[in-house]
Design a protein around this ligand. Structure first.
Ligand code: XBP
Ligand code: MG
Length: 262
């Protein structure tokens, strides 16, 4: 594929909600299992978890929950270390869930990743989640060797400010050595969109269960998912020139990057 300033050079994938539906039946029960192991009577049901998701990052989410719902528990000598230990336990349970193979990739993700590789377009990860969560998800869905397919994996505490700050996208762009104009981000949430757009990257949203009512102003396109041949996605807003009743493939992304739209 010919490369110029506005050619597609890389696709940057978010993880939770975008690569896979990890939140309701993955992260949430893992948090609850960790609470139990720590002797806490906290329970994050599906509705409460939806509210807590406005805070990105598991450790940040725990702290926010404590501040809002159980402020008496904040009275600990080393609160940050305690939260970090609790979160480490949560990660252990989440990794166990991934290893059971119960969390599949969303429609179109594996197809698009394979096509991007065939066409020699770089692929990268830009996520708030803990790095081991990303490597395990990739390993248990695309296979161990898939880790080497990614030109950059930006995850977790590698940057000081999590999404909606643009830091993680800046970090990945720098690793790739690419300007934002040559990249497309795929996200599922308003916080993710704010992050990618603040870094100047055109963004496609594939909505997830917890995010479909969020504000996606600034997205190039909002869809139910990336779609597959024979299983078309529904387009919720935006368009890609010449995307005629199709799924999202490399040619659609290449057209999007060359268009003048946001
Ligand atoms: C989603 C997040 C994460 C996960 C939990 O990240 O905000 O905090 O909910 O994972 P993204 P951790 O959509 O950017 O992938 O507990 O490891 O933070
Ligand atoms: Mg997400």
């Amino acid at each position: 594929m010919k490369k110029n300033n506005t050619s597609l050079s890389a696709v940057l994938f978010d993880v939770d909600g975008t690569l896979a539906d990890t939140e309701r039946d993955g992260h949430r029960p893992a948090f609850n299992a960790a609470f139990k192991e720590f002797g806490l009577d906290w329970n994050w049901d599906t509705e409460l978890y939806g509210k807590l998701l406005q805070v990105t990052g598991g450790k940040e989410r725990i702290r926010y929950y404590m501040e809002k719902y159980v402020p008496s528990a904040l009275n600990k000598n080393d609160l940050s270390s305690w939260i970090a230990e609790l979160h480490k336990t949560k990660t252990k349970y989440f990794l166990d869930l991934l290893a059971k193979g119960n969390i599949p990739l969303r429609p179109g993700i594996a197809r698009l990743i394979h096509e991007l590789r065939e066409k020699e377009i770089k692929i990268a990860i830009a996520t708030t989640t803990t790095p081991e969560n990303v490597t395990s998800l990739l390993k248990f869905t695309l296979g161990e060797e898939s880790l080497s397919w990614f030109d950059a994996i930006g995850a977790g505490d590698i940057v000081p400010q999590k999404k909606p700050a643009p830091d993680i996208y800046y970090w990945v762009l720098e690793k790739l050595g690419l300007p934002p104009q040559q990249c497309i981000a795929i996200e599922d949430s308003e916080n993710g969109l704010k992050s990618s757009r603040s870094a100047g990257i055109k963004t496609i949203i594939t909505v997830s269960e917890y995010t479909y009512l969020q504000n996606f102003n600034g997205a190039a396109m909002v869809l139910t998912d990336l779609g597959e041949p024979g299983r078309l996605p529904s387009i919720l807003s935006g368009t890609i020139p010449n995307l005629n009743n199709s799924w999202i493939d490399v040619s659609a992304l290449a057209t999007l990057i060359e268009s003048n739209d946001q």
